[in-house]
Structure formats: structure tokens, C-alpha cells
Design a protein. Structure first.
Length: 119
């Protein structure tokens, strides 16, 4: 299992090239991890996380993704957890909704994130 900081770095690279000011999905996805606000709220409630007074948006998202990763990685593995973030539900390579391109990008981003952590 890869450490959560490596996962977060790889996911950020795939989602926004690490840009905390990124906007996507026709202005529905925002920030480093390209989250839709409704999805963020749903995940935060699922993992029992509330925003802290004065907390920066991406710091809150980081806490939510950290909880998601820590609760799902043992069962799914890092790439499938990223796919869960991407799709909004659990899927696997045998299913039609598995995004092979996204999975490949995430698989490639993990070693790069490890390399950045070492230097």
C-alpha cells in the first residue's frame, strides 16, 4: 500500500496537474483534486468530516480524500480508490464503466509521486 501523501500527490497530478486553482467539468469541478461540491459534501458526510472555521478549501478536500483513501485502500487498492474518486462509485476493470485511460494515468502517476517524495 502506498502512503496517503503519495496517493494525494498522484491523484492531484492526474486530476489537475497539481493546480489548486483549476476548474473543470464545465465549471463543476474545482481545485487540486477536481471535486464537484455535491460530491465533496457527500464524501465528507460519509466519513464524518466537517470543515473547520477558516480552513482553506483544498485543505478540507485533502482531509476528505485522506479519510476516503484510508478507509478504502485495503479493500480496493490505490488505483481503484482513485477510480472511485473519478467515477463516484466503486467499479473494477471487468465492468463497462472502468475508465482505462484514467487508470493508466493514475498507475503512471504513482511512481512519479514516489520520485518527487524522495527528492
Amino acid at each position: 500500500m502506498i502512503p496517503v501523501d503519495i496517493f494525494l500527490d498522484a491523484l492531484a497530478e492526474v486530476e489537475s496537474s497539481g493546480d489548486p486553482h483549476a476548474w473543470g467539468d464545465d465549471d463543476r469541478a474545482v481545485g487540486t483534486w477536481q471535486v464537484h461540491i455535491d460530491r465533496l459534501w457527500s464524501e465528507a458526510r460519509r466519513w464524518g468530516i466537517e470543515p473547520r472555521l477558516g480552513e482553506r478549501f483544498n485543505d478540507f478536500v485533502r482531509r476528505v480524500i485522506t479519510a476516503m483513501y484510508e478507509n478504502l485502500v485495503a479493500k480496493l487498492g490505490p488505483v481503484s480508490v482513485a477510480m472511485y474518486w473519478h467515477k463516484g462509485h466503486v467499479t473494477d476493470p471487468s465492468k463497462d464503466d472502468w475508465d482505462l485511460s484514467y487508470a493508466t494515468k493514475m498507475s503512471d502517476a504513482i511512481p512519479s509521486a514516489v520520485g518527487r517524495a524522495i527528492t
